[in-house]
Write a protein that binds this ligand. Structure first.
Ligand code: AMP
Length: 219
């Protein structure tokens, strides 16, 4: 099964992708995480990507698509988180999948007001252990011990681009592209939208219900 997560930065794509990956045994591919790893490892790709990431802009398509190509070769089921972000990337993904006789099954859009997103992202903290990657919020999903992950005990970090100025720019970048990509998946009859607020605690049960509902609609 191939699922695409759609939604603004900070809409909860990462959280839902993790739940989907666990429930359906899918490989979770997050282009944002991949870029952050490249930046952390000071690779050439990372240095190039960082220039765009720190301004909240998209990394050019050719770099992003090339990075993805190597990753989906042997994956049966995938949940894509943060990719594709525009129509050119969506078309490139369709081509890559076609070669492997696969196709996208669902584009799941998380729709959440911008003011909720700004509030949520400024207070977001992420577990520094890549294997865990648990996401917290200092307001309504606090860790039990300040700065420490409840699940694995690793330190929590704040993403460099989770500041108000960069978030506002990332939201502008998102809205300028959102229409074309939503239209693309709507026309492909793959779009399913969920309306949420920042305080909503997304559970495995909720995600399973969305999948069931989508299956019923598709019939
Ligand atoms: P994210 O963690 O998905 O919010 O991504 C963080 C940053 O990585 C974005 O603001 C972009 O600079 C870059 N990025 C992630 N995914 C993509 C993509 N599909 N295309 C271009 N840039 C991306």
């Amino acid at each position: 099964m191939i699922i695409i997560m759609l939604g603004a930065p900070g809409s909860g794509k990462g959280t839902v992708a993790k739940l989907l990956s666990k429930t359906l045994n899918l490989v979770h591919i997050s282009t944002g995480d991949m870029f952050r790893e490249e930046v952390q490892n000071h690779t050439e790709l990372g240095m190039e990507a960082q220039k765009y990431m720190e301004k909240g802009e998209l990394v050019p398509d050719e770099i992003t698509i090339k990075m993805i190509q190597g990753r989906i070769q042997n994956s049966e089921g995938v949940v894509f988180d943060g990719f594709p972000r525009n129509k050119a990337q969506a078309l490139a993904l369709n081509e890559m999948l076609e070669v492997q006789n696969k196709k996208i099954d669902l584009a799941l859009q998380l729709n959440i007001p911008d003011e909720d997103i700004i509030y949520r992202t400024v207070k977001r903290r992420t577990c520094s252990n890549k294997e865990c990657g648990a996401i917290y919020n200092l307001e309504y999903r606090k860790p039990k011990v300040d700065g420490i992950c409840d699940i694995c005990g690793s330190p929590l970090t704040k993403r460099a681009d989770d500041n108000e100025e960069t978030i506002k720019n990332r939201l502008n970048v998102y809205h300028s592209r959102a229409e074309e990509i939503l239209k693309f998946f709507e026309e492909e009859n793959l779009l399913y939208t969920v309306n949420l607020r920042a305080k909503d605690n997304i559970t495995e049960e909720m995600v399973k219900n969305w999948l069931e509902d989508y299956k019923t609609i598709k019939k």
